[in-house]
Design a protein around this ligand. Structure first.
Ligand code: PRX
Length: 657
């Protein structure tokens, strides 16, 4: 069957599952969506009342008078850590909140009561020993261990704003984020384990803090107990200090709109931006989407394989599952170690009911272990999720048939760091699913594919811009320290009825039944293994090599990673006169700079040395041409108006050779 034919197949929800689903059929879905359209504030207000344990009720639902600076649930007071822990203690104190499995197979089951004690101790340590107070920024640079979740919740309990930096980012990238957030504390670990071997994080922190830094204190969890440097007066051992802390900590009373966290993400220009999410709106939607999209029941075990360094880890490992009182699995290791049956072994062992991962992981698990799922009992699975990048129909088919036994709903969840939670996704008991299709906007989300010129909704099969036309509770509240960038980045491209609307940066199409398929970014952001990377960041790193005169980076389809990074580099003196013996040495040096400036995730798959870049007469680099060349496509654009049309032929012959 061709991919096109596969995409046209429709898979109805499992009838047994639908009987007890929170949203049972498409009629119920439409009723909810119609209710939101008719009375938008009424819809959100009633969910906010029902789902959140308010310390003080809110007065107003939404204030968009200063759009796009929108406020939700004003007057309301809450604490997100209490929403995730304290309120469950009456009914769930002995329920597993977190099931942790380490790389080497070590296990921990943390109940809600234990989580409460751990978070309180952590909060006491931060407040009493480090002086962390409400509004302070705390950077978390940690592996996937339970202490990372305690750290997030301890910050929330104090009212401090956490900013997690993915452990794969380099010292330079970490330093940038620490400085931008003006963080006074860093929470880290000596390192952790990967594929049965220790790897290190603390040396990266040491490097990031060299010279002037706003950071006063560093707390180190000792996980792998390898030797590390300790800077006296700055570095403290969590393991030594935590046991003395009290297990009681009264949660700080927070306003609905007090910031909860920052998470840096790439845009099409400049350095990564600190996406800000605030307390009530974010936690409300994290919880609602957990309930609707994964339909987790009281006795279920749910596993999301993301890293807490990304938004998926924030919303769907920690905040969403804990807010609803679910059991969430946290895994330190690599899904293909010791073999590509590891996740399925874990599904069998913990009787996982909902499994959530990225298409890249599915492709790798498929390639490395096509027959592995059959070796395990996967009958507990009910819902399988994907996130972060488009999933291709062959990977979808394997996931559906071999992992899900053609019995589970696949929820292809579309969302972003900025949206806080899912915005377009199938509902497992209700939505007839088409492979590799995000289907419909969730109830309450006014998502529309618009024509950027006219602001009108596009017709069937016409590509348009994926927009959200009304603010929703978990919408990004700002770019840290840069109001102008916030407005320009998200509300500057598309207007509907003359008013700016939120634009995601993605293109999308409707099919004849109104199903939404995301077609990918319309800007210079690329998606490598589900990780978002700005081409501008990679270019800035490459330009640090003094031999580089000019550089242009584009994405290129990659069979496993979804997209790979392809760099065109113009050297100042040509290779012969450079410091490097040959282009292999130069490629190595350039990727070395990328590792240092950004991290391994940004290493280029291809670097080609070209005599020049295709530019218009006004000097703009024609990236579309470069994208086509990288893909090996025919050049259909008119190149006669370029400053030097002959450069295109030269580049093509270099890339082909
Ligand atoms: O291009 C879209 C893609 O990932 C981008 C968001 O990346 P990030 O903020 O890092 O968050 C990733 C995890 C939510 C989007 O702009 N994307 C995300 N989910 C999907 C997707 N593309 C296609 N299908 C999806 N389900």
């Amino acid at each position: 069957m061709s991919e096109q034919q596969m995409k046209k197949q429709v898979f109805k929800p499992n009838k047994e599952f639908a009987k007890t689903a929170r949203i049972k059929n498409m009629c119920e879905y439409h009723e909810l969506q119609d209710a939101a359209i008719e009375d938008y504030e009424g819809f959100w207000g009633s969910y906010a009342k029902e789902k959140i344990d308010w310390i003080q009720p809110f007065d107003g639902v939404m204030d968009e008078s200063n759009f796009p600076f929108v406020k939700w649930f004003e007057g309301g007071k809450l604490n997100v850590s209490a929403q995730c822990i304290d309120r469950h203690l009456d009914t769930r104190k002995n329920k597993a909140a977190i099931i942790f499995e380490g790389d080497r197979g070590d296990k921990q089951i943390i109940t809600y009561l234990e989580l409460y004690y751990q978070v309180n101790k952590f909060a006491n340590l931060l407040r009493n020993e480090f002086g962390v107070a409400k509004g302070d920024r705390v950077v978390i640079y940690m592996p996937m261990i339970p202490e990372a979740a305690y750290a997030m919740l301890a910050c929330a309990r104090i009212g401090a704003i956490h900013s997690i930096v993915f452990g794969g980012f380099s010292a330079e990238a970490l330093r940038d984020r620490i400085e931008d957030a003006d963080a006074k504390v860093v929470l880290t670990a000596d390192g952790a384990y990967r594929k049965d071997k220790p790897y290190m994080l603390k040396p990266v922190v040491d490097k990031a803090l060299e010279g002037e830094t706003p950071v006063e204190k560093v707390l180190v969890v000792q996980r792998n107990h390898e030797d590390i440097e300790w800077v006296s007066g700055r570095d403290y051992s969590y393991n030594e200090m935590i046991e003395q802390q009290s297990t009681a900590f009264e949660p700080e009373v927070m306003d609905a709109e007090d910031p909860l966290f920052l998470l840096y993400t790439s845009g099409s220009t400049g350095k990564p931006k600190g996406v800000q999410h605030n307390s009530a709106g974010y936690i409300l939607w994290a919880q609602m989407t957990m309930e609707w999209v994964f339909d987790v029941k009281e006795n279920d075990t749910y596993w999301c394989t993301a890293d807490i360094g990304w938004i998926t880890g924030h919303t769907y490992i920690v905040y969403g599952p804990l807010a609803m009182g679910a059991t969430t699995v946290m895994f330190e290791g690599v899904p293909t170690y010791p073999d590509a049956g590891r996740p399925w072994k874990m599904v069998e062992e913990y009787k996982i009911n909902q499994f959530y991962t990225a298409p890249t992981a599915i492709r790798v698990l498929h390639k490395m272990g096509e027959d592995e799922p059959a070796k395990y009992d996967l009958s507990s699975l009910k819902v399988l999720g994907t996130v972060g990048e488009p999933i291709d129909p062959p990977a979808w088919k394997w996931y559906y048939e071999s992992v899900g036994n053609s019995n589970c709903a696949i929820v292809d969840t579309y969302w972003q760091t900025e949206t806080g939670g899912h915005i377009i996704s199938p509902l497992p008991g209700a939505t007839p699913i088409k492979p590799a299709c995000a289907t419909f906007a969730l109830p309450g989300i006014m998502a529309e594919i618009l024509d950027p010129e006219t602001g009108e909704k596009v017709g069937v099969d016409e590509k348009g811009y994926m927009c959200v036309t009304r603010p929703w509770p978990s919408m990004i509240r700002g770019v840290w320290g840069d109001e102008e960038r916030f407005v320009k980045s998200y509300f500057g491209d598309v207007k509907k009825d003359g008013k700016p609307v939120y634009f995601t940066g993605d293109g999308a199409v409707y099919d004849e039944e109104g199903y939404i398929t995301i077609t990918g970014r319309t800007d210079d952001v690329i998606n490598v293994s589900g990780h978002r990377m700005g081409t501008a960041e990679v270019e800035a790193a490459l330009k640090k090599e003094s031999e580089v005169a000019e550089v242009a980076v584009v994405g290129k389809p990659h069979p496993l990673k979804g997209e790979g990074i392809f760099a065109y580099v113009v050297l100042k003196h040509g290779l012969d006169e450079s410091r490097f013996e040959d282009d292999v040495a130069m490629v190595k040096a350039l990727n070395g700079i990328i590792k240092q400036e950004i991290g391994n995730i940004a290493v280029c798959d291809d670097i080609v040395f070209v005599p020049g870049l295709p530019k218009t007469r006004s000097g703009k680099i024609m990236r579309r041409i470069l994208r086509s060349i990288a893909k090996g496509e025919e050049i259909t654009q008119d190149i006669s108006t370029l400053e030097d049309p002959s450069v295109v032929e030269k580049i093509i012959s270099i890339v082909k050779s």
